[in-house]
Design a protein around this ligand. Structure first.
Ligand SMILES: [Zn+2]
Length: 384
C-alpha cells in the first residue's frame, strides 16, 4: 500500500515521520491491539495521565519501530488562558510554563515528535488561541507538534472561521483534538465545518478521533489518529461535565455501515433474526476458526461482555484499517476521495437494511450525523 496516493505532494508542515500515517490512539493499553499496528503507515499515540509510561512500556517491550507520540493531555484538566495556554503541571527553571522541559521529556522517552501540552481552548476564546500561536512561534526544532485541543463548539455557528483565519499562519506542524462530553461531531454542521477547517490548513493532523480521521485524510490532513476506545476517540471537557458512565459491552465498528454500535445494541437488535452481520477481518476469522462457525466469520452480535473488549478493539482496528487500505490503494488522490465517498454512500443503505433485517421498532442502529455529510459529497482532496 502506498503511503500517499501517487502524485500527492508532501507538505512542508507535516512531520516526515507522520506523513500519510493513520495512527491508533490509545488511552488504556490493556485491551489495545498494539501488536497489530503497522509501523509502515500506522503508529501509536498515547494519551491520558499515563501516556508517557504507556508509551515507554510499548517501546521497550514490543520494540515498535513506527511513529510513537506521547500526548501529555493537559487539556483533560486545564483550561487555556491568554497568560497560560500551555500547562505542564511541573516546575521549570527556564520558563514559567515549563514548555521546553515537557517537550524534552518526550524526546527522552523516544517520542517521534514532541506534542505540546496545550490546555483546553474554550470555544470562541480567540485570545488564548492567539497566545498558543504566538508562543508556538518561539519553538525551534523540526520535531515539535502543536496540539490544538478545541471545545467542540468551535465547530458551531461561524466560530470555525476564526480557526480558518489563524491556522494557516502557524508555521509549526499542528494537530487538532476535538473535545466534547460525547461525540464532537454530533451534528451535520459540525462535520461540515471540520472539513472546512481541515481543508484550510493542508497537512494538519486530526488526533484522538474516530472515522472522521479517514474523512480528514482525504480532505487535506497530513496524518490522523483513530481512538482505540471511546475515551480515545475524542478529548474530554475539563471538569468532566456529562461524561457517560463506562459500559460493560464494548463499542463495535460495523464496517460496511462505518459506524460504532455497542455490542449489546447489536445483539439485542438481531435477536431472533435470520440474517446477522458478520465480519471477515483477520481477528474475526481467527475467532471463526476457533469457534468453528460455518462460514469461518464472526457475527458482530458476539461482542456483548467486558471479556470481549480486547477482541472488539482488535476487530475495530482491523476493520478501519481494511477500509483505509482500500481507499489508499487508489492510483491518485481524487480516486481515493471517490472511494471514501462511495464507502460512505454505501453505509447509509447498509444501516437501513440492517435495521430492516433486525425488524425492531425504532430502528435501533442509528447513523452518526457526520456520516450523512461524508456520504453527501465526494469532495476532492485539497492537500496541495
Ligand atoms: Zn472483524
Amino acid at each position: 500500500m502506498p503511503l500517499l496516493p501517487s502524485g500527492a505532494p508532501a507538505s512542508g508542515t507535516v512531520p516526515p515521520a507522520l506523513d500519510g500515517h493513520v495512527l491508533l490512539q490509545v488511552k488504556t493499553t490493556g485491551p489495545a491491539p498494539l501488536g497489530d499496528v503497522s509501523p509502515v503507515d500506522g503508529g501509536l499515540v498515547f494519551c491520558g495521565r499515563r501516556a508517557a509510561d504507556n508509551a515507554a512500556e510499548a517501546l521497550r517491550e514490543d520494540g515498535f519501530t513506527g511513529p510513537v507520540l506521547i500526548d501529555p493531555s493537559a487539556y483533560e484538566r486545564h483550561v487555556a488562558t491568554p497568560e497560560r495556554p500551555f500547562v505542564t503541571g511541573q516546575g521549570s527553571l527556564l520558563a514559567e510554563d515549563g514548555l521546553q522541559e515537557e517537550l524534552e521529556r518526550q524526546r527522552e522517552r523516544k517520542a517521534t515528535v514532541a506534542l505540546t501540552p496545550t490546555a483546553f481552548l474554550k470555544a470562541g476564546d480567540r485570545a488564548s488561541l492567539e497566545a498558543v500561536a504566538e508562543r508556538a512561534s518561539d519553538l525551534g526544532g523540526d520535531d515539535v507538534l502543536l496540539a490544538l485541543p478545541l471545545d467542540m463548539d468551535w465547530l458551531r455557528g461561524s466560530r470555525h472561521h476564526d480557526l480558518i483565519a489563524l491556522l494557516p499562519r502557524i508555521a509549526l506542524p499542528k494537530a487538532l483534538i476535538l473535545c466534547a462530553p460525547r461525540d464532537p461531531l454530533s451534528s451535520m454542521s459540525a462535520a461540515r465545518n471540520l472539513r472546512e477547517v481541515i481543508s484550510s490548513a493542508p497537512g494538519i493532523g486530526l488526533l484522538r478521533s474516530d472515522l472522521a480521521a479517514l474523512d480528514a485524510m482525504v480532505h487535506g490532513a497530513g496524518f490522523a489518529a483513530v481512538g482505540d476506545s471511546a475515551s480515545a476517540r475524542h478529548g474530554p471537557v475539563p471538569g468532566g461535565r456529562g461524561a457517560p458512565r463506562p459500559r460493560r459491552d464494548p463499542a463495535v465498528l460495523f464496517p460496511r455501515a462505518l459506524s460504532y454500535h455497542y455490542g449489546e445494541t447489536l445483539a439485542t437488535a438481531f435477536e431472533g433474526a435470520t440474517e446477522v452481520p458478520r465480519c471477515h477481518c483477520a481477528p474475526c476469522r481467527e475467532w471463526g476458526a476457533a469457534h468453528g462457525t460455518a462460514d469461518g466469520l464472526r457475527p458482530l452480535t458476539s461482542f456483548t461482555d467486558s471479556a470481549d473488549r480486547a477482541d472488539a478493539h482488535r476487530h475495530n482496528h482491523a476493520a478501519w484499517s481494511m477500509i483505509w487500505d482500500y481507499v489508499m490503494a487508489a492510483p491518485d488522490e481524487n480516486e481515493a476521495a471517490r472511494r471514501w465517498g462511495l464507502c460512505c454512500e454505501r453505509a447509509l443503505p447498509t444501516l437501513s437494511a440492517a435495521n430492516e433485517a433486525a425488524g425492531r421498532p425504532g430502528n435501533p442502529l442509528k447513523p452518526p450525523p457526520a456520516l450523512r455529510v461524508w456520504a453527501a459529497s465526494r469532495g476532492r482532496s485539497r492537500r496541495r
